[in-house]
Design a protein around this ligand. Structure first.
Ligand code: NI
Length: 423
């Protein structure tokens, strides 16, 4: 273990899984008899300091000014062509090697969450109500580490675009970067992402071929009746039983209208009506979310919810308004790129530390927007046991600095592998 990053330093008591090799037996294509981890490890202390600095200074969606400046300066100091202000606070670094016109993109997200940190270690958040509870500080740091190794060595043939993205948490920074011309200004044949995963042994990988994260939608439903005295319901149209029936009917969308082999969730998470004991309110309001793993299922759930609303309206004599908003599409890895990622993960972490059979997550991820435009894959890197509140979006969460070298090694090897073979 690196002396500078002892296990006690983190809020989650991390120790890298002893089964993950500190130095994999297999020498990679790095040459000189050194493994890629041997090459990356000297940067570990420096990168840990960067990661903790970012953790201490979290910034919310599209306000990542300090983080973006830190990223841009780091890239510029390495002599990397750097573009600021792509999609708001996004930064793109360009590293060229050889003469090939081939190009790939590697992406890290930079934003934090509106959570008050409950850790008390030295690098805890200095910003009230804001913290890096999803490890984007670690993602940004690992890509900065890869930038340094790739820029110093340039032992690949093509272009690596380093995409530092704002606003992953709910604000679709990926889509905003695309709308700002990301793929026109930086044409690439494929794009890759990585997210830390608590509960997966530290430094191991999970790679999915196909769906990895769910698509997510949000909806608001207004059930409009006619208010009345609670003792005289026949003089009004009560929206409460209609809304209650709507909640029940919505439970049949997944169970009765979808193919049982298609996964989806419909959750109604808010139900508001009335404010007095003796008044039948004139409206009830419902809110909720839908999760699914394919565009047809997403469309099918929306259509079914509209039918339920129309049916309830005519059954109960109320008006029902549905506002359905598509948020993030499902994140679907393309098979060929996922296969390469799994191969690289095996080379870096050892084949026994790479899972290709894990279930996808019902969480959502805006990397999905990149994959709507380009082939690519988004992988999970183990953050260690998700114990003591060390889970994503928890106030006790902290990124595991011990996995930094493995994540950096993965990025470097992926770029070198993809840009070394003729196509
Ligand atoms: Ni995240």
């Amino acid at each position: 273990m690196n002396a500078a990053v002892g296990a006690a330093a983190g809020g989650c008591g991390f120790v890298i899984d002893s089964r993950v090799p500190r130095t994999p037996g297999a020498t990679t294509s790095s040459g000189e008899g050194m493994s890629i981890l041997d090459i990356v490890r000297p940067y570990h202390d420096k990168l840990t300091a960067i990661r903790r600095d970012i953790h201490a200074h979290p910034e919310l969606a599209f306000k990542e000014h300090r983080t973006a400046e830190l990223v841009a300066r780091h890239l510029e100091q390495l002599g990397i062509e750097t573009h600021r202000g792509i999609g708001g606070t996004g930064v793109v670094g360009v590293i060229r090697g050889g003469r090939s016109l081939r190009a790939i993109g590697l992406r890290a997200d930079m934003d934090a969450l509106s959570i008050t940190e409950r850790n008390d270690f030295a690098h805890r958040s200095t910003v009230a109500g804001c913290m890096h509870a999803c490890g984007h500080d670690g993602h940004t740091t690992m890509l900065l580490g890869a930038a340094e190794v790739l820029a110093r060595r340039r032992d690949f043939d093509g272009t690596v675009y380093l995409i530092f993205q704002p606003a992953e948490e709910g604000e679709a920074g990926a889509r905003v970067m695309i709308e700002d011309g990301l793929f026109e200004r930086f044409p690439m044949e494929a794009v890759f992402g990585m997210h830390n995963w608590p509960g997966l042994p530290a430094g191991s990988f999970a790679v999915h071929s196909g769906a990895v994260m769910a698509g997510t939608d949000r909806f608001d439903i207004r059930v409009l009746g006619v208010g009345a005295h609670a003792a005289m319901p026949h003089l009004g149209v009560d929206p409460v039983p209609a809304a209650a029936a709507l909640v029940q009917a919505a439970q049949t969308i997944v169970s009765r209208t979808l193919d049982p082999l298609d996964a989806a969730v419909v959750s109604i998470t808010q139900f508001h009506a009335g404010e007095a004991y003796n008044v039948i309110p004139d409206r009830a309001e419902l809110c909720g979310t839908v999760r699914s793993f394919s565009a047809p299922v997403q469309a099918g759930v929306e259509a079914a919810l509209r039918r339920v609303c129309e049916g309830i309206a005519s059954s109960f004599g109320v008006e029902v308004e549905l506002e359905f908003r598509r948020s993030y599409p499902p994140t679907i890895n393309t098979a060929a790129e996922a296969a390469v990622c799994a191969e690289i993960a095996r080379a870096v972490a050892g084949s026994e530390h790479v899972s290709t059979g894990m279930r996808p997550s019902m969480g959502a991820e805006d990397f999905a927007f990149f994959l709507q435009h380009k082939p690519g894959a988004y992988v999970w890197i183990g953050n260690g046991p998700g114990e003591g509140g060390c889970t994503l979006h928890n106030p006790h969460y902290d990124f595991n600095d011990e996995v930094i070298p493995i994540g950096v090694a993965y990025w470097v090897e992926l770029a070198r592998r993809l840009l070394s073979e003729p196509r």
